[in-house]
Design a protein around this ligand. Structure first.
Ligand code: 4AD
Ligand code: MG
Length: 442
């Protein structure tokens, strides 16, 4: 039932976040009921409007009788329009109160399924479309927004050009085991992009410094707290960059993101009960750098035996990332456990010129990057070794035929970074509608 009673008002339409600049004035707020309470002749509505929470007070005799009666019809999450005078009140949530002069319900909500009591995470995920309304989830989404904007600003300020890479692709980028397959009408199979990197390399040969920012897909058969089937990645690629420059660029980005979140989203971190201390330390840098072999020794000293040549799993990353109070750059993994496109280390060709950045506090890998193979024959051998079909990669091989240069870049997983900055246990809360092994709804 939508009530068509919205009347024109002379009052200034504002938001809860902006109440502070309207003390003493009569304003209009539009929002939803977060909490209701009565006491004698006074009625209290805690209203939310997406920018914050504010208490609205209705005193019998000071609002039209009909509006006072309408309070009794309100339920949690009913939508409404309120007119009232703004008062500063240190005890009120948010610091301001609205003394209501008009209350107009817009829609009376049915019984709201999410009560303030504890719900299991399965129930909350089934109601993700409503769960987003909770203050905690709103805070996470605002941090995510800040992280995304910081990424764009960082690259834009440094002369990187945004390139939108395709989602439907004819080939794999990050190995063939977790590809999402789809039918491309009469042309056979297509795959959802695992990474925009290969296309970004082409664009880097055109524009020098480029980045992409979009959804990527991995049919991950694992149910870890770090894996999504669909996640957002920001990737950078630059011509004439070697591994060292890739590491500097990636460290700069992560420090920039941290500083921006601390600067602009402090209130949200507070809502999340996230201690900003460790983030301040991390943001100050510099980030330590260790080689894969040093990482192996460090793991061994903690009783974790990883055979040389194998990649680190979640447990190893957790242990390594707890050894530092800021992100650590682990470089030069064995080529055997990394992607086909990585350049070999001229000092030891068993190693790749690559880097993973592990976030502290046990969060693990947030960035993966490398210098890329620049030579055509080397790349042809790699394609064969990895049993990749060469035909759909012809265009990628062309980049090594026409003015090939050393180049490199990295990808940063947005949800992993948001989970770390917000102190979340699982990446599923870091994306509005998570796609998990056992979840495609809502
Ligand atoms: O290490 P990855 O696989 O690297 C690439 O895709 C490169 N092509 C990037 C590049 O050099 N342009 O993925 C990069 C980052 C990881 O460090 C992690 O943060 C995130 O993407 N990531 C995931 N996040 C959530 N769920 C998953 N299943 C993820 N897989 C990777
Ligand atoms: Mg990786």
């Amino acid at each position: 039932m939508t009530e068509n009673r919205k009347q024109k008002t002379e009052n200034h339409l504002t938001t809860i976040a902006a109440l502070g600049s309207h003390v003493g004035q009569v304003v209009t707020l539009q929002g939803w009921v977060y909490h209701l309470r009565s006491s004698g002749k006074v009625r209290f509505i805690v209203v939310r409007d997406g920018t914050g929470l504010a208490q609205a007070v209705l005193v019998k005799g000071r609002v039209p009788e009909e509006d006072f009666e309408n309070f009794g019809r309100l339920t949690l999450e009913s939508s409404l329009i309120l007119d009232g005078q703004v008062r500063a009140d240190a005890r009120a949530p948010g610091g301001y109160e609205l003394e209501v002069t008009r209350l107009q319900p817009v829609h009376i909500a049915q019984e709201y399924p999410i009560a303030p009591k504890e719900h299991g995470v399965g129930f909350l995920l089934d109601h993700r479309h409503l769960w987003l309304r909770s203050p905690r989830q709103q805070a996470i989404l605002r941090v995510r927004d800040e992280v995304s904007r910081a990424c764009r600003d960082y690259f834009h300020d440094r002369g990187f050009v945004l390139i939108d890479t395709p989602i439907l692709t004819p080939t794999a980028c990050e190995g063939t085991t977790n590809l999402f397959e789809t039918n491309y009408l009469d042309r056979g199979k297509a795959y959802l992009s695992q990474s925009g990197q290969l296309y970004l390399e082409a664009a880097a040969m055109a524009l020098g410094k480029v980045y992409c920012f979009g959804p990527t897909f991995r049919a991950e058969k694992s149910k870890t707290r770090r894996h999504l089937m669909e996640f957002w990645m920001v990737e950078a690629e630059a011509a004439f960059y070697a591994l060292g420059e890739v590491m500097v660029l990636a460290e700069g980005l992560v420090r920039f993101i941290i500083q921006r979140v601390l600067e602009h989203r402090g209130a949200d971190l507070e809502t999340l009960e996230r201690d900003p201390g460790p983030l301040k330390t991390a943001g100050a840098g510099p980030f330590p750098r260790i080689s894969y072999s040093e990482a192996l020794q460090r793991l061994q000293s903690q009783g974790l035996e990883v055979p040389w040549g194998e990649d680190f799993g979640g447990d190893e990353e957790t242990v390594l990332s707890r050894m530092f109070d800021r992100p650590v750059l682990v470089h030069r993994y064995p080529r055997s456990c990394k992607a086909f496109y990585m350049e070999a280390d001229p000092e030891d060709p068993r190693l790749a010129l690559c880097v993973d950045m592990l976030a502290p506090e046990g969060y693990g890998e947030i960035v993966g990057g490398s210098q890329r193979v620049a030579d055509l024959d080397v790349l042809l051998n790699r394609v064969a070794e990895h049993h990749l079909p060469p035909e759909p990669l012809e265009w990628y091989l062309d980049l090594r035929r026409y003015g090939s240069v050393p180049h490199g870049g990295f990808g940063l997983g947005i949800e992993r970074v948001v989970a770390w900055l917000c102190g979340l246990h699982h990446v599923r809360e870091a994306i509005p509608f998570p796609r998990l092994l056992d979840r495609l709804y809502p």
